[in-house]
Design a protein around this ligand. Structure first.
Ligand code: TYD
Length: 208
């Protein structure tokens, strides 16, 4: 049985994560690696309901309420989706995870980062990703990409100052954990970004 790895994708809104995710899935398929794709905030069951509140609720949502909703969704995702798949030897690819809460609710909203780290630890039952790809992009480039989208969600509608803090937050986290977090320059073209991602996957997964 192959050893399952828990791989997370992180980056600002408009960092091009979703396009690269499709390439990563093709990479798993080409290399015959069993895999499962998930995302936070979640897409199924309880997670779907939490996602709906987080992204589309129209009334005020306090920063701590927002943080706990992301954490609740994370606990469900880890327990019900991620851990069982890893135990079956699958590659688990998760679109956003614990680092998003540190970057968005911590660095950008201003909640205490140490407390978030502690709460993340509870939400994940201590399971850290084996590999995190951080798609780093200039805030102006990211915002231009998001600006072209027809409808923006609650977080995407925040301004440039908020998104610049998200980016700085991510870079600060990456500096603390260089072994786990690999920074990808996402300002470049889709092909150039993929070249970087593939190089990282080849060295971390080492497919036969
Ligand atoms: P989503 O549509 O999944 O965005 P993307 O395609 O950019 O991943 O929306 C998730 C939004 O939630 C995104 O703006 C980032 C934000 N978020 C947080 O603020 N904290 C978190 O812990 C997570 C997981 C996401």
């Amino acid at each position: 049985m192959t050893k399952g790895l828990f791989i997370t994708l992180e980056g600002a809104d408009g960092s091009g994560k979703t396009t690269q995710m499709e390439r990563i899935i093709e990479y798993f398929q080409k290399n015959n690696l069993p895999y499962l794709v998930t995302k936070e905030p979640g897409g199924v069951g309880v997670g779907e309901k939490i996602r709906e509140i987080l992204l589309n609720h129209k009334g005020p949502v306090s920063s701590r309420c927002e943080m706990f909703l992301y954490l609740a969704d994370r606990a469900q995702n880890i327990d019900v989706i991620v851990q069982p798949a890893i135990a079956e030897g699958k590659m688990v690819l998760c679109d956003r995870h614990a680092d998003s809460t540190v970057a968005y609710q911590g660095y950008a909203r201003g909640l205490d980062v140490e407390q978030i780290n502690m709460l993340n630890n509870i939400a994940t039952a201590g399971r850290k990703p084996d590999l995190t790809l951080l798609f780093d992009v200039e805030t102006s480039v990211a915002m231009q990409r998001v600006g072209n989208r027809a409808e923006k969600d609650r977080l995407e509608s925040e301004g440039a100052v908020f998104h610049a803090k998200v980016r700085q937050g991510y870079l600060a986290i990456a500096q603390k954990e260089p072994e786990r977090i690999k920074i990808v320059d996402a300002n470049l073209s889709v092909e150039e970004v993929w070249t970087q991602v593939k190089r990282i996957l080849d060295s971390e997964i080492n497919p036969l």
